[in-house]
Structure formats: structure tokens, C-alpha cells
Design a protein around this ligand. Structure first.
Ligand SMILES: C[S@@+](CC[C@H](N)C(=O)[O-])C[C@H]1O[C@@H](n2cnc3c(N)ncnc32)[C@H](O)[C@@H]1O
Length: 230
């Protein structure tokens, strides 16, 4: 997450497009969402990404759906050479500005706009991250993650962190259940070649956060770390 009280706030917001907006083109949907606020996410790395990726040896990383760049910037600060990709030009402009503000070595970090559905990776990678890479509009998440995973070098990791359910303070989500990610289902949907992948982490983790009105609440995250054997 880069932020992820954030998702909670947006999911309970009356002006967030819900199921009725599912036909909206993804670029239009995401650019509109970003333009509506000066910052949508917190700008900070998400706690699960930091705790898991923090144990890995830095190499070449790719952050899918990087949003405003908080995770990619943090990875670069740990010594990873990182590319962040997002469909939203607004988000990528913000990510670039945030990297400059953070003083990140430009040789370690770059951001690109692109639709990951049609994008082809052209580099061998040591880490692919996708934090809250979920969308109420069209997003072939599993296909994109699989395509990216197959670009991992032997020993490389795929790390996904995702909303596993609605925030504790939300009674009725307009988000259909299939938009939430469960660790085991995620791994099954990835359908990676048998015998080539080790499941290092497949967990649902509960996080204590403040709800939008300040009361204590919890969020449920799916955390999956797969390692390409070899
Ligand atoms: C819920 S946000 C998460 C952003 C960021 N990873 C974070 O944790 O704050 C999902 C992101 O996926 C991006 N996205 C959605 N569909 C995409 C696509 N087809 N190609 C690239 N990025 C996409 C959106 O623009 C958005 O920034």
C-alpha cells in the first residue's frame, strides 16, 4: 500500500465510482481518481512490503501499478534498482516529483506510464512487487502478474500485498467480493509452471489502523511471496 488507510477512505466515499463504473476505461478511471485529490495515498511504503522486501538482497525490481511511488522510492532507498509502472500519467508525475523530493539517486529509480495489460517486460528481474494492484474497473490482475513473474531470474521473488476484505468499519462495500484477494486463491490463479516456484509466504495479515473518523479499526491484507527456483 502506499497508504492504505487510503483505500478505506476511498471505498467509503460516496463519490467513488462503484460497480456501475466498471465499464469505464482504466486510464480515464485512474486519472480521474488521482486528479480528484492532490495526494491519494500516504506516500509511505506499506508495512508488509517493507517487512518482507526488507529481508531480500537488493537487485533489479519492478513495481506494478506503482501509483504515487511510495513503495518504489522506498525500495530504491534500500539499494534496489527500481522501475515503477502505472497506467495513470497523473500518478507517475507525482511519483517522479516525490522521488526528487526524497533525494533518491536517479540512477536507481525510474517511473514509466503504461498499461500493464499490453506491456511486455524486457529485462530480467530479481523482484516484482504489486501492492494493492486491484481495481473496480477492468484489470486482468492474474495475467499481468503471471507475465511479470515469468521475467524473474532464478532465485527472484514476486511479492503481492492486497486488500483481502473490507475495512472493519465498512458495513457494506460496493466492491464485489471477487475484487478482494485471498492468498491461496491468488497463487492458484497465477497458475505458474508447476515445480518451478516456492511459496515463501501466503498469509492474510490484520493491520491496526485508525478509521476515517479516528476510531481504532483493522484492515486485512493478503501477503504472498513466491520465489522462482533455479
Ligand atoms: C489501488 S492503486 C495502488 C497504488 C500503489 N501500488 C499503492 O500501493 O499505493 C492501483 C494502481 O494500479 C494502477 N493500474 C490499474 N490498472 C493498471 C494497468 N492496466 N496498468 C498499469 N497500472 C494500472 C492504477 O493507476 C493505480 O495506481
Amino acid at each position: 500500500m502506499t497508504s492504505h488507510n487510503h483505500h478505506a477512505t476511498t471505498s467509503s466515499s460516496p463519490d467513488e465510482p462503484g460497480a456501475g463504473a466498471t465499464a469505464q476505461p482504466p486510464l480515464e478511471f485512474w486519472d480521474e481518481l488521482y486528479k480528484a485529490k492532490p495526494a491519494v495515498w500516504s506516500g509511505r511504503v506499506n508495512a508488509n512490503l517493507a517487512s518482507v522486501a526488507g529481508t531480500l538482497t537488493p537487485g533489479r525490481a519492478l513495481d506494478l501499478g506503482c501509483g504515487e511511488g511510495g513503495d518504489a522510492i522506498w525500495l530504491a532507498q534500500q539499494g534496489w534498482r527500481v522501475t515503477g509502472i502505472d497506467i495513470s500519467t497523473v500518478a507517475i508525475e507525482r511519483a517522479r516529483a516525490a522521488a526528487v523530493d526524497a533525494g533518491v539517486d536517479a540512477a536507481l529509480l525510474d517511473f514509466a506510464t503504461g498499461d500493464l495489460e499490453t506491456w511486455s517486460p524486457d529485462d530480467e528481474l530479481d523482484l516484482i512487487t504489486a501492492s494493492f494492484f486491484q481495481s473496480p474497473v477492468h484489470l486482468p490482475r492474474a495475467e499481468i502478474l503471471r507475465k511479470a513473474a515469468l521475467m524473474l531470474a532464478p532465485g527472484g521473488h514476486l511479492l503481492t500485498v492486497a486488500h483481502a476484505g473490507v475495512p472493519s468499519w465498512v458495513q457494506d462495500s460496493e466492491h464485489p467480493a471477487h475484487l478482494f484477494v485471498q492468498p491461496d486463491r491468488e497463487i492458484a490463479e497465477l497458475a505458474l509452471p508447476a515445480g518451478e516456484w516456492e511459496t515463501v509466504i501466503a498469509e492474510s495479515r490484520t493491520r491496526d489502523v485508525a478509521s476515517p473518523d479516528g476510531a481504532p479499526g483493522t484492515l486485512e491484507d493478503s501477503v504472498v511471496l513466491l520465489r522462482r527456483m533455479g
